[in-house]
Design a protein around this ligand. Sequence first.
Ligand code: F3S
Length: 390
Amino acid sequence: MYLTPEEEKIFDGEYGEAKKIAIRLLYSLGELGGANGLIPIKSAHVSGVSYKNIGEGGLKFLRKISDRVSVPTSINPLGFDLTEDGPVEIDDNFRKKQLEVVKIYQDMGIMNSYTCTPYYFYNEPEFGDHLAWAESSAITYANSILGARTNRESGPSALSAAIIGKTPDHGMHRIENRYAEIIIKPHKLLDYSEMAALGLYTGYNGRGKIPLIIGQNRLKSFEIKAFAAAFGAASSVPMFHVDGVTPESNLVREKAETIEVENSDIENIMDKFSGEEPPELIAIGCPHLSVEELNYIAGLVRGKKKTGPDFFLFTNRRVKEEARDAVREIEDFGGKVFVDTCMVVSPLSNKYRKTATNSGKASFYLPLKEYGNQEVTFKSIMQLIKWVIA
Ligand code: F3S
C-alpha cells in the first residue's frame, strides 16, 4: 500500500509513538484489504468504551495510543449513566476504571456523546462521506440509510483512523463493493420488532452477502434502525438496502438469489426468546432511542401509573434534552430514561436476571454470559407496555 512522504514520517515514528501505532495498524488493515492508499475521512465513531467490555487490556491499549484526534469523533455508550448513575449499582473499582477510560477519551478531544446513535445530533454524515466508524448498528445505519461509506471498524481501528484522519481505501469505500447480492422477500409488511426479528433472520441466513429487502417501502427510519442493529449483531455484513427506501437500493447484482421469508420464520425468531414469566425489567432503547420514539412511548403511557417490572429506556443526552416533555411524562408514569449507557454494556446482571425487550440486537446479546446473562423475552412494544400498565 502506498504511503505519502508525510505518512511515511508518521510510520517511522517522527510524530510520536501513538501516531506510529495508529498508522501501522491502518497500514496492516489496508494491506489485508487490498487498499492502494489512505483516504481522508469526515468523521470517526469509536466503540470499546464500557469498562465491562474492554477490561484491563483495553484500558492499557488506550493509555498507549492516547493522542489528539484530527477529525470529529463520537463515542459509544459506557458502563453507567454519568449524569445520574444507574441503571444498576456498580462497585468502586468499576467506577474508577470507567472514569479513567472517559478521561482518556476526553483528553483526546473526543465528544462526550456516549451513544450508538451518534447520527442523532452529534455526528451526522452526509451521502458519500467517507467515515471510519465502529459499532455495528451505527455502521450499518451510516452505510445503508445515510449512504455514507465506512468499513466495519473495530474500536482500535476507528480510534487509529480518528488520530490520523484517514482510513484505508477498500471495502465499503468503493462503490463496486456496495451491491446487493441476495434478495430478502418477507410475505407481509413488518412492524418495528418484526423488522428487528428479520434483521436476525437475515444475519443468520443471508450467506454473508449484502441483502436487498423488498416489499417494505413504508418503513420509517427507526424501524430500519431496528433491522440494522439486529442484522449487524447476527452477521458481519456492514450494509443492506431496502427497495424504494434506502438511497442506494438500485445497486443490485443481476443474478441475486431470492430468499422467501415466511411469516412463521419471523415468529420462530421471536419465539426463540420468549420467556413467558413476567420479567424483572423491561428495557427499551437498543439502539438508543430517537426523539420520535420517545414521543411515541410517552403517548402510550400518558396519564397512567406503572405497575410490575422496572421500565427503563436508553437514549443519548441530546435526544433526552430535545424530548424533555416526553421524558417527563415517562418518568411521571414511573419509568426511567437513562443516557450514556445501555442495557447491554452496563453490568445489568448486578441486579436483574430476566429482561424483556423489543430489540433484536439486545435479544441476541443479553443471554450471553459476558454481556448480561439474562433470560430474555423479545416482544413488540405494545406487548411490553401491557406488562407495566394495570
Ligand atoms: Fe447501542 Fe447498546 Fe444496543 S450500544 S445498539 S444500545 S447494545
